[in-house]
Design a protein around this ligand. Structure first.
Ligand SMILES: NC(=O)c1ccc[n+]([C@@H]2O[C@H](COP(=O)([O-])OP(=O)(O)OC[C@H]3O[C@@H](n4cnc5c(N)ncnc54)[C@H](O)[C@@H]3O)[C@@H](O)[C@H]2O)c1
Length: 348
């Protein structure tokens, strides 16, 4: 069984990605500081898989990627057990755009310094395969065209800058040691929803910042109303348009990326992982209310500094290179996300 290190593996995207990887027969070494998650997600993953995996396929170690001795132990113990870490899927990071504006140093320190520590230990242990969680927030798209991987890189928040910095570090590592690293930077658009079982889902420990978890909380009365920032954007209904992708489609894209890297020569890939379809905030809220037969009171407020009207992926690269394509539509995203919320109204 090939041993894959999953950093940030108890979080939202990490926990969902564990499912296809375990089904595909990988051994997962999960590490997480639990600054924004709980290890209960691992118990839930086991519950979903029932008897279709073996206990020795998953191990969890609580720790921080900035802690090099902790990372060294993970890599050296894996060698001692004759199962070295062969690749890393690097989810660990802080992800709140607004918090990154208030506390930029925390973001540079956690995300960028943390990634440097990880890449350093990977280099030391000759593990040179990595799938990295990048983000659409690296683009400064002001047009109404779907974004290409070659579109202008122009983040407008410290969070976005940390993702660009990590991509740049990976690019320099790649150049400095030709023909040895396999790197996939997956630039996610807007993952929402949950596994269809409702056992795992997005579980922000603090007040959520993203639209979808707020919609869920308003729908079940945990928050009073949804604020929609701006109603006069130059879009079909005046609200911002985003590219929402079902979390399980995103999870499958990680599986496809990992398998691609293992099968192919050393290279560096930058891939937009989205559906290529735009949905406005009002369309999403209305769809959510309709399919789930619930109410989401909302109010329009001022636009936020740095917000953009249209962020949708051109996903031609990812679909052709990885032979992956998104399978689930907006309805499914709303149904599955609401199911998770109803089953776990207080989180895990
Ligand atoms: N969710 C999104 O909309 C989105 C979009 C684009 C990119 N991303 C990126 O994808 C990754 C995963 O996002 P998510 O939505 O699952 O977030 P999440 O907060 O649920 O998961 C991130 C995990 O990383 C852990 N973590 C943070 N700092 C750590 C550190 N220094 N050491 C060890 N663990 C640490 C957290 O406890 C958490 O479990 C992040 O890097 C995020 O920036 C997310």
């Amino acid at each position: 069984m090939r041993n894959i290190l999953i950093t940030g593996g108890t979080g939202y995207i990490g926990s969902h990605t564990c499912l296809p990887l375990l089904k595909g027969g990988y051994k997962l070494t999960i590490i997480d500081s639990n600054v924004n998650s709980t290890p209960t997600s691992i118990e839930r993953i086991k519950k979903i898989l029932k008897n279709n995996f073996s206990e020795n396929q998953i191990s969890f170690f609580k720790g921080d990627i900035r802690d090099k001795p902790f990372l060294e132990n993970i890599f050296s113990n894996a060698i001692k057990e004759n199962n070295p870490v062969e690749a890393v899927i690097h989810f660990a990071g802080l992800k709140s755009v607004s918090e990154s504006i208030e506390k930029p140093l925390l973001y540079w320190e956690n995300n960028v310094f943390g990634s440097i520590c990880l890449i350093d230990i990977m280099t030391k242990y000759e593990c040179r395969n990595i799938v990295f969680s990048s983000s659409a927030s690296i683009y400064g798209n002001t047009s109404f065209e779907p974004i290409l991987e070659t579109s202008e890189i122009k983040p407008c928040t410290p969070y976005g800058y940390t993702k660009v910095a990590i991509e740049n570090i990976l690019a320099s590592i790649f150049k400095s040691s030709k023909n040895s690293w396999r790197i996939a930077n997956l630039r996610y658009f807007n993952p929402i929803g949950a596994h269809e079982s409702g056992f795992i889902g997005e579980n922000p420990l603090d007040t959520p910042n993203n639209l979808f978890p707020i919609i869920c909380r308003v729908a079940n009365g945990k928050m009073n109303e949804l604020q929609i920032f701006g109603k006069d954007w130059p879009t079909i209904d005046g609200t911002g348009i985003r590219d929402y992708i079902h979390i399980m489609d995103l999870a499958d894209a990680h599986y496809a990326a990992l398998e691609f890297l293992f099968r192919n020569k050393p290279q560096i890939l930058n891939l937009n992982v989205g559906t290529g379809n735009g949905t406005s905030v009002l369309e999403l809220v209305n769809k959510f209310m309709k399919v789930n037969k619930c109410n989401v009171p909302y109010r329009f407020t001022e636009k936020r500094l740095g917000d953009l009207p249209f962020i949708v992926a051109n996903n031609t690269q990812v679909t052709s290179i990885l032979k992956w394509k998104p399978k689930r539509n907006i309805e499914q995203m709303c149904i599955d996300g609401w199911k998770w919320q109803q089953k776990n109204s207080n989180g895990y």
